[in-house]
Design a protein around this ligand. Structure first.
Ligand SMILES: Cc1cc2nc3c(=O)[nH]c(=O)nc-3n(C[C@H](O)[C@H](O)[C@H](O)COP(=O)(O)OP(=O)(O)OC[C@H]3O[C@@H](n4cnc5c(N)ncnc54)[C@H](O)[C@@H]3O)c2cc1C
Length: 433
């Protein structure tokens, strides 16, 4: 039996390099780059590509990918440990070639794409020469795929795509969109949808608005509200099999949810560092914040919640290396449901300990706090994941035989008394053991 919490020395050296690199060269970029997905931003173009070269030189580029696609084949546990470093900054995933949704989109292009789709989109996407968008959620609902109404209908040798999509992140920066559309309306929901690769400049693709998060004041955000208005697509725009879009989207989302959680450990740890630094730095009423018991309570709760979450993420990654994500629906749901709560809790305490400063745009904390809310929605609401987890757990539970629970003390005591009586007479009350 092997059971270990140690990292092998070679990989630990890579992690140490990544940590130093992130702190010194990547984390500061978040203050001057408004979006690492905006390839037209000259500041971004000056600063990020040289750092991507350093990551490549250190063998840590696109570690989520299989080796034949340019990744390292490290598996999920090593990926989780690395993502703890990468997740410390919003620019980190792009610098390490693992930014969502490009990471998930490249995986499904590699798995299901035609040769032409791969030639046109996959290589430039893997090299971060272009960015992409996943367009599934609709204005009338995202958590329930049975309400999706965007359709793709065959007309001669073309598909005609019609409908509205909501919160298609990075649409305005993307060269292509992967769109979820109903192609088999009469089928049950799991077999109703197909995926399409839609170039951003296809006639009829209109971004109605770029919706911003609540803390964006004025200007545009990055979440596209899109009208696909009678968009005509060639037959080979289909990605994967007709009617299998739901399964492909789910498979993509499972890995994506875990990768998000791995990075969130890093972000929450960074916030925790800020919280602790403030506690030992700030004095009030004659002593450090760190000396007040109510502050110690915040430090201890934050550490415990963070470490519990981290261990669940690492254990799930370890299981994924053995059994694959397909076998881990409950675990992934648990990780996904915990992630926003942990980030919100730790960040709320950090805001509080920083006093007025914590609420300002001179600290990153309010943005991280809002991340804690958006994480409870992106890739599915927390409530839905809790339901999934509970159903998975309860599926394996046997109902009690009678009206009383199997742990009903009178019945348990009767069994114990029978054992005692048998022992007293030198026999056994337990048969057929
Ligand atoms: C930052 C961010 C990025 C996103 N990026 C993308 C993207 O790139 N592409 C894309 O297609 N979508 C994206 N989304 C959309 C995301 O997938 C949806 O927000 C999510 O699926 C929820 O859909 P909704 O917002 O329509 O909420 P609804 O489906 O209307 O749900 C609203 C609320 O109702 C409750 N609820 C819903 N279902 C249940 C249930 N079964 N049981 C109990 N309560 C329930 C929950 O509280 C839920 O939050 C993004 C969202 C965010 C916040």
């Amino acid at each position: 039996m092997t059971w270990s919490f140690e990292t092998d020395p070679d990989f630990q050296a890579s992690l140490d390099w990544a940590e130093t690199f992130m702190r010194a060269e990547v984390e500061p970029l978040d203050t001057v780059i408004s979006s690492p997905y905006d390839l037209t931003d000259p500041v971004r173009q000056r600063l990020i590509p040289p750092l991507q070269e350093k990551v490549r030189a250190n063998g840590l580029w696109a570690c989520h990918l299989r080796p034949e696609l340019g990744g390292q084949g490290y598996g999920q546990l090593k990926l989780a440990l690395l993502a703890e470093q990468v997740g410390r900054s919003d620019c980190g995933p792009t610098v390490f070639g693992s930014q969502p949704p490009d990471s998930g989109n490249s995986e499904i292009l590699a798995e299901y794409g035609t040769q032409e789709q791969k030639d046109r989109y996959l290589r430039p996407l893997l090299d971060n020469q272009i960015v992409s968008c996943f367009s599934m959620t609709e204005p009338q609902g995202g958590a329930d795929p049975s309400v999706f109404t965007t359709t793709a209908v065959l007309d001669g040798d073309e598909w005609v795509l019609e409908g509205h999509k909501w919160f298609s992140s990075n649409a305005k920066f993307a060269s292509f969109f992967i769109v979820v559309a109903v192609t088999e309306p009469e089928q049950p929901v799991q077999h109703r949808m197909s995926l399409f690769v839609v170039p951003a400049d296809t006639p009829g693709v209109t971004i109605l608005r770029n919706v911003g998060r609540g803390d964006h004041v004025g200007g545009e955000g990055t979440h596209g509200y899109i009208h696909y208005d009678q968009v005509r697509l060639p037959m080979d725009s289909l990605l994967g099999e007709r009617g299998k879009g739901f399964q492909v989207a789910q498979a993509r989302l499972n890995g994506g949810r875990m990768h998000h959680a791995m990075r969130t450990v890093g972000k929450a740890r960074r916030v925790f560092e800020m919280l602790c630094e403030r506690a030992v730095s700030r004095e009030t009423r004659g002593s450090k914040l760190a000396d007040k018991q109510l502050v110690q309570d915040m430090v201890a709760d934050s550490w415990m919640e963070l470490e519990q979450f981290r261990l669940l993420v690492l254990q799930t990654a370890w299981k994924a290396d053995r059994f694959g994500y397909g076998a881990l629906r409950g675990e992934i749901a648990a990780v996904k449901a915990l992630m926003p709560t942990v980030l919100r809790n730790v960040t709320s305490r950090a805001v509080q300990l920083h006093g007025s400063l914590g609420t300002t745009n001179e600290m990153p904390l309010i943005a991280y706090l809002l991340d804690g809310f958006t994480m409870g929605l992106a890739d599915g609401p927390t409530e839905v994941h809790k339901s999934t987890l509970a159903r998975q757990i309860l599926r394996g539970v046997t109902p009690a035989e009678g009206i009383f629970p199997s742990e009903h003390i009178p019945a348990v005591r009767a069994r114990a008394e029978a054992l005692d009586a048998a022992a007293a007479t030198g026999g056994s009350a337990v048969r057929d053991v």
